[in-house]
Design a protein around this ligand. Structure first.
Ligand code: 9L3
Ligand code: MG
Length: 138
Protein backbone atom coordinates (compact mmCIF):
# COMPACT_ATOMS: atom_id res chain seq x y z
CA UNK A 1 0.00 0.00 0.00
CA UNK A 2 1.25 3.53 -0.76
CA UNK A 3 2.35 5.66 2.19
CA UNK A 4 -0.42 7.97 3.39
CA UNK A 5 0.14 11.62 2.45
CA UNK A 6 1.27 13.69 5.42
CA UNK A 7 -0.97 16.70 5.75
CA UNK A 8 0.47 19.78 7.44
CA UNK A 9 -2.15 22.26 8.63
CA UNK A 10 -0.94 25.83 8.92
CA UNK A 11 -2.78 29.15 9.20
CA UNK A 12 -1.56 32.50 7.93
CA UNK A 13 -2.83 36.04 8.18
CA UNK A 14 -2.65 39.19 6.11
CA UNK A 15 -2.52 41.95 8.74
CA UNK A 16 -3.70 45.11 7.01
CA UNK A 17 -2.81 48.53 8.46
CA UNK A 18 -4.96 51.69 8.07
CA UNK A 19 -2.98 52.65 4.91
CA UNK A 20 -3.84 49.30 3.29
CA UNK A 21 -0.34 47.86 3.66
CA UNK A 22 0.20 44.20 4.50
CA UNK A 23 2.69 42.75 6.99
CA UNK A 24 5.34 40.32 5.75
CA UNK A 25 7.72 38.45 8.07
CA UNK A 26 11.07 37.05 7.01
CA UNK A 27 11.72 33.44 8.03
CA UNK A 28 14.77 33.52 10.33
CA UNK A 29 18.11 31.75 9.64
CA UNK A 30 18.14 28.09 10.64
CA UNK A 31 14.44 27.57 9.86
CA UNK A 32 13.15 25.78 6.80
CA UNK A 33 12.74 28.29 3.91
CA UNK A 34 14.98 30.79 5.77
CA UNK A 35 15.13 34.26 4.25
CA UNK A 36 11.78 34.01 2.46
CA UNK A 37 9.02 36.53 3.24
CA UNK A 38 5.74 35.04 4.44
CA UNK A 39 2.39 35.94 5.87
CA UNK A 40 2.76 35.41 9.65
CA UNK A 41 1.21 32.30 11.15
CA UNK A 42 2.05 28.76 12.08
CA UNK A 43 1.02 25.16 12.61
CA UNK A 44 -2.37 24.25 13.99
CA UNK A 45 -1.86 22.35 17.27
CA UNK A 46 -4.02 19.28 17.92
CA UNK A 47 -7.50 20.31 19.01
CA UNK A 48 -7.18 23.93 17.93
CA UNK A 49 -9.53 25.69 15.55
CA UNK A 50 -7.70 27.77 12.93
CA UNK A 51 -8.82 31.05 14.51
CA UNK A 52 -7.43 29.94 17.89
CA UNK A 53 -4.11 29.10 16.25
CA UNK A 54 -3.89 32.54 14.70
CA UNK A 55 -4.67 34.32 17.94
CA UNK A 56 -1.93 32.28 19.68
CA UNK A 57 0.63 32.67 16.88
CA UNK A 58 0.12 36.44 16.51
CA UNK A 59 0.56 36.88 20.26
CA UNK A 60 3.75 34.76 20.25
CA UNK A 61 5.35 36.14 17.08
CA UNK A 62 4.14 39.76 17.01
CA UNK A 63 2.96 40.57 20.54
CA UNK A 64 -0.53 41.65 19.42
CA UNK A 65 -4.03 40.59 20.45
CA UNK A 66 -6.62 39.92 17.80
CA UNK A 67 -10.22 39.02 18.47
CA UNK A 68 -11.67 36.06 16.66
CA UNK A 69 -14.44 38.23 15.17
CA UNK A 70 -11.81 40.38 13.41
CA UNK A 71 -10.44 37.43 11.46
CA UNK A 72 -12.03 36.88 8.06
CA UNK A 73 -11.04 33.84 5.99
CA UNK A 74 -10.12 34.85 2.44
CA UNK A 75 -8.73 31.85 0.59
CA UNK A 76 -6.65 28.67 0.91
CA UNK A 77 -3.13 27.73 -0.09
CA UNK A 78 -2.53 24.13 -1.02
CA UNK A 79 1.02 23.10 -1.84
CA UNK A 80 2.58 19.65 -2.22
CA UNK A 81 6.13 19.54 -0.84
CA UNK A 82 8.16 16.35 -1.31
CA UNK A 83 7.32 14.85 2.07
CA UNK A 84 4.05 16.54 3.01
CA UNK A 85 1.07 18.43 1.69
CA UNK A 86 0.56 21.87 3.17
CA UNK A 87 -2.98 23.19 3.55
CA UNK A 88 -3.08 26.80 4.71
CA UNK A 89 -6.06 29.17 4.96
CA UNK A 90 -5.23 32.86 4.67
CA UNK A 91 -7.16 35.14 6.98
CA UNK A 92 -7.41 38.91 6.84
CA UNK A 93 -7.21 41.04 9.97
CA UNK A 94 -7.56 44.83 10.07
CA UNK A 95 -7.94 45.42 13.79
CA UNK A 96 -5.81 44.33 16.72
CA UNK A 97 -4.63 45.55 20.10
CA UNK A 98 -1.01 46.38 20.86
CA UNK A 99 1.94 47.32 18.66
CA UNK A 100 3.37 44.91 16.13
CA UNK A 101 6.85 43.86 17.32
CA UNK A 102 9.30 41.21 16.22
CA UNK A 103 9.20 38.70 19.09
CA UNK A 104 11.21 35.94 17.41
CA UNK A 105 14.01 37.91 15.72
CA UNK A 106 12.20 37.94 12.37
CA UNK A 107 12.47 41.00 10.12
CA UNK A 108 9.07 42.63 9.49
CA UNK A 109 7.91 44.85 6.65
CA UNK A 110 4.67 46.66 5.80
CA UNK A 111 4.21 46.28 2.07
CA UNK A 112 1.78 47.80 -0.45
CA UNK A 113 -0.31 45.05 -2.10
CA UNK A 114 1.18 45.79 -5.54
CA UNK A 115 4.72 45.36 -4.15
CA UNK A 116 4.11 42.00 -2.44
CA UNK A 117 5.15 40.04 -5.52
CA UNK A 118 8.66 41.52 -5.44
CA UNK A 119 9.47 39.71 -2.16
CA UNK A 120 10.73 36.12 -2.44
CA UNK A 121 8.04 34.00 -0.77
CA UNK A 122 7.51 30.36 0.19
CA UNK A 123 5.77 28.53 -2.68
CA UNK A 124 2.58 28.20 -0.61
CA UNK A 125 2.23 31.96 -0.09
CA UNK A 126 2.80 33.15 -3.65
CA UNK A 127 -0.52 31.88 -5.15
CA UNK A 128 -2.42 33.80 -2.43
CA UNK A 129 -1.44 37.19 -3.82
CA UNK A 130 -4.11 37.65 -6.54
CA UNK A 131 -6.99 37.12 -4.08
CA UNK A 132 -5.41 39.57 -1.66
CA UNK A 133 -4.78 42.24 -4.30
CA UNK A 134 -8.38 41.77 -5.51
CA UNK A 135 -9.61 42.43 -1.99
CA UNK A 136 -7.32 45.33 -1.09
CA UNK A 137 -6.64 46.94 -4.45
CA UNK A 138 -3.11 47.75 -5.58
N1 9L3 B 1 4.58 28.15 5.89
C1 9L3 B 1 4.41 28.76 4.70
N2 9L3 B 1 3.88 29.99 4.64
C2 9L3 B 1 3.48 30.63 5.77
C3 9L3 B 1 3.63 29.98 7.04
C4 9L3 B 1 3.18 30.68 8.31
C5 9L3 B 1 4.19 28.72 7.06
N3 9L3 B 1 2.93 31.87 5.64
C6 9L3 B 1 5.16 26.79 5.89
C7 9L3 B 1 6.62 26.80 6.25
C8 9L3 B 1 6.80 25.45 6.86
C9 9L3 B 1 5.43 25.13 7.48
O1 9L3 B 1 4.50 26.00 6.85
O2 9L3 B 1 7.01 24.49 5.82
C10 9L3 B 1 5.37 25.31 8.98
O3 9L3 B 1 5.72 26.61 9.32
P1 9L3 B 1 6.67 26.92 10.61
O4 9L3 B 1 6.01 26.28 11.77
O5 9L3 B 1 8.03 26.33 10.27
O6 9L3 B 1 6.70 28.43 10.68
MG1 MG C 1 5.29 30.79 12.38
Amino acid sequence: MADPVKLLLVVAVALVDPDGRVLLAQRPPGKQLAGLWEFPGGKIEPGERPEETLIRELAEELGITVKEACLAPLTFASHAYESFHLLMPLYVCRRWEGFVQSREGQALKWVRPRDLASYPMPPADLPLLPALVDLLGP
